[in-house]
Design a protein around this ligand. Sequence first.
Ligand SMILES: *Cc1c(COP(=O)(O)O)cnc(C)c1O
Length: 383
Amino acid sequence: MTQFPVNKFQSIRTPFYFYDVNLLRDTLEAVKKETEKYGFTEHYAIKANANPTLLRLIASYGFGADCVSGGEVKAALEAGFDPSKIVFAGVGKADWEIETAIDGGIFCFNVESVPEVEIINEIATSKGRRVSVEIRVNPNVDAHTHAKITTGLSENKFGINLSQLQSVIDKIKSLSNIDLIGLHFHIGSQITDLQVFALLCNKVNEIVADLASKGINFSNLNFGGGLGVDYYEPDSNAMPEFTDYFKIFDKNVKRDSGSHIHFELGRAIVAQCGSLISRVLYVKEGEVKRFAILDAGFTELIRPAMYDAYHKIENLTSSDEELNYDVVGPICESSDVFGKDVKLNAVKRGDFVALRSAGAYGEVMASGYNCRTLPKAYFSDRL
Ligand SMILES: *Cc1c(COP(=O)(O)O)cnc(C)c1O
């Protein structure tokens, strides 16, 4: 359970991110243990949190990295991830990003369209290099998650639809400097119904069997990320059910001795170790509402405004009787609300408030809107 050293927070300018490094280590150990059990490879999804200190720690456990931009490829290389375990996805890879990845010697590109792989081939050819690619396939599996973070339906911009898969494979196989080594699937994020992953496995088995019947075989299957976390109970449920999650793939995916199975968990690894720490600026008694106005806003944690996301909010300073608050930030937008009718131990100016489970898609999405300064990060083992 994350301990907040509130006395040490006194001298720190708020808002800031606080990372529970012990929890992150425990989480990394758990993922390492489960993936090693089955010979799976985890490529941490850099986009969930690219803080260099955290990246170095994650890399030190031997995980690979999943990148969705040239900047992330650079960040992964700088943090010490093994290039031979870096994968690079994304619908719109610019030429310089492709060059960065080829020069860095990454494991493979997860390609999302024919025009893209043609450009990768051109650039690889001009460098006299061969490049491995996996096709990102859109399996049309409903992730049962928020519409803005579902990615595996035919209507989404990601991946190649099944009806076009064969012709895309034929096209890629005709390219001079490309090795087609596998298929990639990533159907969405914050998936809490593990049954969805079993459905994905079955769908992938069907796709693989269909291609095998046509003489097309791949040695790599990448199931992406998407495993959700418990935003409601970050203390009693500080780690997702990694054991059950990986077991589903071991049990359901039909594979032979030569095949490699890859994952790209992001949120499940870093969400629970991070909190956004803020001070209460004002308590405003409105006509129908009581507002707790924080010095943190959606510039530091945009998930509630962007995805209607829930984050547990706690008063770290006081354990006075609970009252209801709309917890809001200072940004000049009506969407700058962290929670409505939130029960909090009565807050007063200066109290520390924690927005929990902010380790994923928190710091990485921070912006300077309203000319705000990007907040700093602090680590439990260095305070
Ligand atoms: C975002 C993303 C991930 C990680 O998703 P999480 O829900 O954070 O696990 C993995 N793979 C790809 C291709 C992604 O875009």
